[in-house]
Design a binder for this molecule. Structure first.
Ligand code: TXA
Ligand code: MG
Length: 317
């Protein structure tokens, strides 16, 4: 793998069927040209990801959903208008272009328009090189299957560097602004259903369209199993329990003081900062000399729901 300095070079690698580690506003992704079956297959082997886990296809603008999906409900168009480009993914009924190699054999395709300027630029260059404005980049998070998503280029390279070839590339775009993955919405039914909490909150969505109260029958494999897990044990704990606990690494909001003997890994002042810092803090804690990672989850709504969701999975081993 080599680090390139321009979106144009990353697009060139993608157009030639290679993989690219790319920045998005949520987390770093491992990208391939979504029309290139062999390249997408390499995403799975590189991540050690099971073949039946579908990937998100990133497109440059909302208008291109019609080149990948069909039977699109009005509310999906409204959600796209409200939150794209941004940290939201819509699961829609697929067109034949969205082959089994992308959808894990499901009849649905997950689509997202990222707002990261570097990612947008890569898509623009790729559209130019492939002569296809609706070109997509298939990209799961740039981590080995089951482990913590990367929010910096260094973390992505740490995860995947050894598993990429000399022709694959990596492009820096700074620290991911949101820090947790996109909100995934099942938009195949008469009302939307949240499959994975993320950067666009339930409150945000409810400002546009009522969320369904029912369970989705869409399968979203990565959202079920234990995921986002560090190597060390991660334990969720309340502020008051902390005082009766053997010391370890600690991640908590700034209103929680560090008890004697603990190693503080992050001190976010609000929930947005919590989301931004969380994955890097878990990585640092994993590398520290402490044997247990204690986390006091944030309370309340908004992005706190996404943080609690990831923490619950990280704590399940
Ligand atoms: O923020 C994000 O969404 C990041 C950045 C890179 O865009 N991507 C990401 O991808 O988190 P990944 O593959 O790590 O997680 C995508 C999730 C998986 O849990 C997968 O099961 C689900 O999306 N998914 C993908 N396609 C789907 C589909 N057609 N139906 C249901 N779930 C789907
Ligand atoms: Mg992932």
């Amino acid at each position: 793998m080599r680090e390139v300095s321009s979106p144009e070079q990353a697009a060139l690698a993608l157009a030639h069927g290679h993989l690219a580690i790319l920045p998005t506003e949520t987390v770093y992704g491992l990208g391939a040209d979504a029309d290139n079956r062999e390249a997408v297959a390499r995403i799975f082997t590189t991540k050690n990801r099971p073949a039946n886990h579908p990937v998100i296809v990133h497109i440059s603008q909302q208008e291109h959903i019609y080149m990948w999906a069909t039977q699109i409900p009005d509310y999906a168009v409204d959600l796209g208008t409200a939150f794209w480009p941004g940290p939201m993914t819509l699961v829609l009924n697929r067109l034949p272009r969205a082959g089994d190699y992308l959808t894990g054999g499901q009849e649905t395709i997950a689509l997202r328009v990222s707002n990261h300027p570097v990612f947008q630029e890569v898509l623009k260059e790729l559209a130019h090189k492939t002569n296809d404005p609706s070109v997509g980049i298939a990209a799961p998070s740039a981590n080995r299957f089951g482990s913590v998503s990367p929010t910096t280029l260094a973390h992505a390279v740490e995860e995947l560097g050894d598993h990429l070839t000399d022709e694959d590339v990596a492009l820096n775009g700074g620290s991911s602004r949101v820090g947790v993955e996109s909100t995934i919405i099942d938009a195949t039914g008469s009302e939307p259903i949240i499959l994975r909490h993320g950067g666009i909150t339930a409150e945000d969505i409810e400002s546009v369209i009522k969320l369904s109260q029912s369970e989705s029958d869409v399968r979203a494999p990565g959202t079920l199993a234990s995921h986002y897990a560090p190597n060390k044990q991660l334990r969720l704990i309340t502020h008051s329990e902390l005082l009766d606990t053997q010391p370890g690494a600690l991640i908590a909001m700034s209103d929680v003081e560090t008890p004697f003997g603990f190693t503080r890994m992050a001190t976010p002042k609000n929930v947005n900062e919590y989301a931004q810092l969380l994955y890097a803090a878990i990585r640092d804690a994993d590398k520290s000399s402490e044997s247990v990672i204690y986390v006091v989850p944030p309370t309340g709504g908004g992005i706190a729901a996404a943080i609690r969701d990831r923490l619950n999975r990280a704590a399940t081993k």
